[in-house]
Ligand binder design. Sequence first.
Ligand SMILES: [Zn+2]
Length: 153
Amino acid sequence: MSLKRDKWDAVFSQLVRERTNWTCDYCGRFFHHEKQKLHCSHFKSRRHKSTRYHPYNAFAHCVGCHRKLEEDPHEFTMHANIIYGEMTIDRVARLASIPVRLKPWQMDDIYQHMKTELERLQELRAGGVTCRLGFTLPEWYQDGITYRMGEAT
Ligand SMILES: [Zn+2]
Protein backbone atom coordinates (compact mmCIF):
# COMPACT_ATOMS: atom_id res chain seq x y z
CA MET A 1 0.00 0.00 0.00
CA SER A 2 2.99 2.27 0.46
CA LEU A 3 3.83 2.17 -3.25
CA LYS A 4 3.57 5.62 -4.72
CA ARG A 5 0.84 6.04 -7.33
CA ASP A 6 2.04 7.34 -10.66
CA LYS A 7 0.23 8.64 -13.75
CA TRP A 8 -0.10 5.09 -15.07
CA ASP A 9 -1.85 3.98 -11.88
CA ALA A 10 -4.17 6.98 -12.11
CA VAL A 11 -5.40 6.19 -15.64
CA PHE A 12 -5.58 2.49 -14.89
CA SER A 13 -7.66 3.19 -11.80
CA GLN A 14 -10.09 5.30 -13.86
CA LEU A 15 -10.38 2.50 -16.41
CA VAL A 16 -11.15 -0.08 -13.74
CA ARG A 17 -13.92 2.06 -12.29
CA GLU A 18 -15.42 2.99 -15.65
CA ARG A 19 -15.44 -0.67 -16.60
CA THR A 20 -18.05 -1.44 -13.94
CA ASN A 21 -19.75 1.94 -14.35
CA TRP A 22 -18.65 2.81 -10.81
CA THR A 23 -20.13 -0.28 -9.24
CA CYS A 24 -18.33 -2.34 -6.61
CA ASP A 25 -17.30 -5.69 -8.12
CA TYR A 26 -17.95 -7.41 -4.81
CA CYS A 27 -21.09 -5.97 -3.21
CA GLY A 28 -22.63 -4.43 -6.34
CA ARG A 29 -23.23 -1.01 -4.81
CA PHE A 30 -23.09 2.02 -7.07
CA PHE A 31 -20.70 4.92 -6.32
CA HIS A 32 -21.03 7.22 -9.24
CA HIS A 33 -17.81 9.21 -9.58
CA GLU A 34 -17.16 8.94 -5.83
CA LYS A 35 -13.43 8.45 -6.17
CA GLN A 36 -12.83 8.27 -2.42
CA LYS A 37 -15.41 5.55 -1.94
CA LEU A 38 -14.66 3.27 -4.88
CA HIS A 39 -11.09 2.07 -5.25
CA CYS A 40 -9.15 0.19 -7.85
CA SER A 41 -7.98 -2.88 -5.98
CA HIS A 42 -5.30 -5.31 -7.14
CA PHE A 43 -5.44 -9.06 -6.72
CA LYS A 44 -1.67 -9.36 -7.07
CA SER A 45 0.07 -6.39 -5.50
CA ARG A 46 1.14 -3.38 -7.55
CA ARG A 47 4.68 -4.40 -6.64
CA HIS A 48 4.50 -6.84 -9.55
CA LYS A 49 5.19 -4.80 -12.69
CA SER A 50 4.07 -7.57 -15.02
CA THR A 51 0.49 -7.38 -13.73
CA ARG A 52 0.35 -3.86 -12.29
CA TYR A 53 -1.82 -2.66 -15.20
CA HIS A 54 -3.35 -5.97 -16.16
CA PRO A 55 -7.11 -5.73 -16.77
CA TYR A 56 -7.76 -9.06 -15.01
CA ASN A 57 -5.66 -8.28 -11.98
CA ALA A 58 -7.83 -5.38 -10.89
CA PHE A 59 -11.28 -4.78 -9.48
CA ALA A 60 -13.46 -1.85 -8.51
CA HIS A 61 -14.01 -2.25 -4.77
CA CYS A 62 -15.71 0.02 -2.29
CA VAL A 63 -13.71 0.90 0.82
CA GLY A 64 -15.42 -1.75 2.96
CA CYS A 65 -15.05 -4.57 0.44
CA HIS A 66 -11.46 -3.57 -0.36
CA ARG A 67 -10.53 -3.90 3.31
CA LYS A 68 -12.47 -7.13 3.80
CA LEU A 69 -10.84 -8.82 0.79
CA GLU A 70 -7.35 -7.63 1.68
CA GLU A 71 -7.75 -9.26 5.07
CA ASP A 72 -9.12 -12.46 3.57
CA PRO A 73 -6.96 -13.62 0.62
CA HIS A 74 -8.93 -16.86 0.30
CA GLU A 75 -12.17 -14.96 -0.20
CA PHE A 76 -10.40 -12.60 -2.62
CA THR A 77 -9.27 -15.58 -4.73
CA MET A 78 -12.77 -17.06 -4.77
CA HIS A 79 -14.20 -13.70 -5.79
CA ALA A 80 -11.55 -13.20 -8.50
CA ASN A 81 -12.31 -16.66 -9.88
CA ILE A 82 -16.00 -15.80 -10.09
CA ILE A 83 -15.37 -12.52 -11.90
CA TYR A 84 -12.74 -13.63 -14.44
CA GLY A 85 -12.65 -17.42 -14.26
CA GLU A 86 -10.22 -19.71 -12.48
CA MET A 87 -7.96 -20.25 -15.49
CA THR A 88 -7.60 -16.53 -16.06
CA ILE A 89 -6.74 -15.88 -12.42
CA ASP A 90 -4.21 -18.75 -12.39
CA ARG A 91 -2.52 -17.21 -15.40
CA VAL A 92 -2.56 -13.73 -13.87
CA ALA A 93 -0.96 -15.17 -10.70
CA ARG A 94 1.74 -16.89 -12.76
CA LEU A 95 2.35 -13.76 -14.81
CA ALA A 96 2.71 -11.70 -11.61
CA SER A 97 5.65 -13.84 -10.49
CA ILE A 98 7.63 -13.12 -13.66
CA PRO A 99 9.96 -10.17 -13.09
CA VAL A 100 9.91 -7.59 -15.87
CA ARG A 101 11.72 -4.37 -16.47
CA LEU A 102 9.62 -2.14 -18.67
CA LYS A 103 11.48 0.05 -21.12
CA PRO A 104 10.49 3.70 -21.61
CA TRP A 105 8.84 2.99 -25.00
CA GLN A 106 6.86 0.20 -23.37
CA MET A 107 5.66 2.50 -20.60
CA ASP A 108 4.65 5.02 -23.30
CA ASP A 109 2.80 2.35 -25.23
CA ILE A 110 0.94 1.28 -22.07
CA TYR A 111 0.01 4.86 -21.25
CA GLN A 112 -1.23 5.74 -24.74
CA HIS A 113 -3.20 2.51 -24.99
CA MET A 114 -4.87 3.10 -21.61
CA LYS A 115 -5.72 6.71 -22.52
CA THR A 116 -7.36 5.59 -25.77
CA GLU A 117 -9.28 2.85 -23.97
CA LEU A 118 -10.45 5.30 -21.30
CA GLU A 119 -11.78 7.68 -23.95
CA ARG A 120 -13.60 4.80 -25.61
CA LEU A 121 -15.24 3.72 -22.34
CA GLN A 122 -16.16 7.29 -21.40
CA GLU A 123 -17.78 7.83 -24.81
CA LEU A 124 -19.88 4.71 -24.32
CA ARG A 125 -20.93 5.92 -20.85
CA ALA A 126 -21.77 9.35 -22.23
CA GLY A 127 -23.90 7.57 -24.82
CA GLY A 128 -25.93 5.92 -22.06
CA VAL A 129 -24.30 2.48 -21.93
CA THR A 130 -24.50 1.21 -18.33
CA CYS A 131 -23.46 -2.47 -18.55
CA ARG A 132 -20.09 -3.86 -17.54
CA LEU A 133 -17.53 -3.13 -20.25
CA GLY A 134 -14.12 -4.51 -21.05
CA PHE A 135 -10.80 -2.87 -21.77
CA THR A 136 -7.48 -4.13 -23.04
CA LEU A 137 -3.82 -3.36 -22.67
CA PRO A 138 -1.27 -3.76 -25.48
CA GLU A 139 -1.18 -7.38 -26.61
CA TRP A 140 2.51 -7.79 -25.67
CA TYR A 141 1.73 -6.69 -22.10
CA GLN A 142 -1.43 -8.72 -21.64
CA ASP A 143 0.57 -11.80 -22.60
CA GLY A 144 -2.24 -13.30 -24.57
CA ILE A 145 -4.59 -13.59 -21.61
CA THR A 146 -8.00 -12.81 -23.00
CA TYR A 147 -11.32 -13.04 -21.29
CA ARG A 148 -13.83 -15.30 -23.01
CA MET A 149 -16.89 -16.67 -21.31
CA GLY A 150 -15.18 -16.59 -17.95
CA GLU A 151 -12.06 -18.45 -19.00
CA ALA A 152 -8.78 -17.59 -20.62
CA THR A 153 -8.09 -18.86 -24.09
ZN1 LIG B 1 -18.41 -3.18 -2.03
